[in-house]
Design a binder for this molecule. Sequence first.
Ligand SMILES: *Cc1c(COP(=O)(O)O)cnc(C)c1O
Length: 392
Amino acid sequence: MSDLARPERPRGPATLGIHGNDHQKVPGEPVVPPIVQSATFHWATPDDGELLYGRHGNNPNIVMVGRKIAALEGTEDAVALSSGMGGIAMAFLALVEAGDHIVASSHLYGATQVLLTDELPRRGVETTFVSPEALDAWREAVRPNTRVFHIELPTNPTLRFFDPRPITALARLHGITVTCDATFASPVNFRSIDAGIDVVIHSATKYLGGHSDLIAGAVAGSHELVAEVTRLSRLYGPALDPNSAWLLDRGIRTLDVRVARHNANAEAIAEWFEKREEVSATLYPGLTSHPDHEIASELMRGFGGMVSIVLKGGAEAADRFMAALSVALAAPSLGGVETLVSQPRHTSHASLSIEQRHALGIPDGFVRISVGIENVEDLIADFEQALEALDS
Ligand SMILES: *Cc1c(COP(=O)(O)O)cnc(C)c1O
């Protein structure tokens, strides 16, 4: 799209989610783009333009949703892929080669952690993990061959929100690229590039899709980075299928209103849990008791839809609490319209010992809640009866 076609004033996230930055008005065009369920497209010679093929990521549905994600993130470009892990893996492969080094936050999504710890070393890429709070540790971890700093905001499942700006400033000094998995924030609550982050990665399975009905990922950044991710995707194969791309676009149209409701519901629920005697800790960046409340207030436009609690009764109480729920559903994953509840000791952190989980701030009794957009009174009533079931 030429610069001339850009709207004169920057659009807000609700408008971008619906229209992106495009404003083509062609008589007879459908208001809702059709699903172009075709693997291949007529093409005879290079005179016919770009060769379109599903795996190349240039199916119209994939291109359209990528542009919309770039508009939301404020990046030059973005590409949607077949999963969040596809996005993370392709971004790392685009940025490092054998002999390179990554410094990563010690608070990471489980599969990302395994990718960096077990998988990339087999390809000649080493990672040093450091606490995202300890700037000195990041400085000390930098080597001449460090290419990437990788962080996650907010973190799973303790919902920490660290100030990324000291890390991005340090990266600038050394010519290091900063990648951020901002899945938990969504572009509505936190725009990574405003904090100096170069590459934003999403599991679009979560808030971007928003309905727990698709698996997708996205990588947003410079034209150059997105072109390299796209080139690698043509070789490794994690292209998104047109139907999921269409569903993702459909989900993004309501991202802004969904996230506003997730934020409001989560805030009310966190405040409610904080007063309950069965609960020893309630973790939500919007609570003044949260260690990162101040920085989250400064950098986040909303505190998100994720709330974690620790039940005094430990593992047994958590199992009983989950079994007693009737509106909220026990299931892994997050970011959908429905409230989902899970225990990290059974899901993301199942491979760790109790001691290791304790060290990460995840004692037994820890319950993670992806607060949905139901009526908050119904959710609170459900949580109340489930807490009361613990006494019986
Ligand atoms: C779910 C998730 C992923 C992985 O995404 P998939 O779409 O399941 O591949 C990565 N990072 C975070 C923070 C997630 O929540």
